[in-house]
Design a protein around this ligand. Structure first.
Ligand code: UDP
Length: 245
């Protein structure tokens, strides 16, 4: 079993079909999937995106809002999502702390690495919000950074698809899922499992990236328990690029 894990999911995962806001039934589902990991004794860190509210790049498109301000708006959006997940997890009886890369002390703790590790050791879920605290980064990079900092064994990038495909599975019915690929291959083939900064950081620290469908019930648990029926793609340190169908 994986003892310490960081789960990253995008803000849009919490939204309804429109892609905006937070849908309470989805929030509840996500909370229960995460709870199943804590229930078996896993130490769980979470990084949540903010794309269901705003992304810096899109906010800056009109020219009215500067990219840096747009990025700070995006980081604040992740705080809203983090507080929502905290509430949902607490509703289900878990102990949770939100730690922010930006200081917002009326809302949550400020990120302090040693303190987050202590929380994890005590069985508390730690939700890392406000990304890295810096503009021009993404929450994928924040997730990889926090995963490395807390010594997570793996990072799970929870998405709406089963894993990494050779082409867009939504558009192409013959798309093949790649069960394993190397960091080098992901970077070389521009496979946007995560952005390049995040993949490079994972590569430098030999942190395996597991890409999975969070809407397949029990999948997160199967991955953490290392059950054979877990469905995912793994980006890791492979000496040889392997594609297993
Ligand atoms: N962001 C940032 N620095 C970070 C993390 C996030 O500036 O370290 C901003 C950026 O504008 C980004 C937004 O926050 O677009 C929301 O994060 P992201 O797009 O990664 O969310 P997701 O797509 O995962 O929902």
């Amino acid at each position: 079993m994986i003892k310490r894990v960081l789960v990253k999911f995008s803000g849009e995962a919490l939204a309804s079909e429109s892609g905006f806001g937070i849908e309470s039934s989805i929030l509840d589902y996500v909370a229960l999937e995460l709870k199943s990991l804590v229930d078996i004794g896993a130490e769980v860190g979470i990084v949540i995106g903010g794309g269901n509210f705003i992304r810096g790049v899109s906010a800056a498109k009109s020219g009215l809002i500067k990219r840096t301000s747009g990025d700070y708006m995006g980081m604040l959006a992740t705080v809203i999502n983090g507080v929502a997940i905290q509430e949902a997890l607490e509703y289900h009886g878990l102990d949770v702390r939100v730690q922010s890369a930006l200081e917002i002390k009326e809302v949550c703790e400020t990120y302090i690495n040693r303190r987050s590790i202590r929380h994890l050791e005590k069985g508390r879920v730690v939700i890392f919000v406000a990304g890295t605290g810096n503009p021009f980064f993404t929450t994928d990079t924040a997730a990889t950074l926090r995963a490395v900092e807390i010594g997570a064994e793996i990072i799970i990038k929870a998405t709406k698809v089963n894993g990494v495909y050779d082409k867009d599975p939504v558009k192409f019915s013959d798309a093949v899922m790649l069960k394993q690929l190397s960091y080098e291959q992901a970077l070389k083939d521009n496979i946007k499992v995560m952005d390049d900064t995040a993949i490079a950081l994972a590569k430098d620290n030999a942190l395996p990236i597991i890409v999975c469908n969070m809407f397949k019930k029990g999948n997160l648990l199967n991955i953490v328990q290392q059950n054979e029926d877990a469905i995912y793609s793994k980006v890791a340190n492979l000496n040889l690029y392997k594609e297993i169908k």
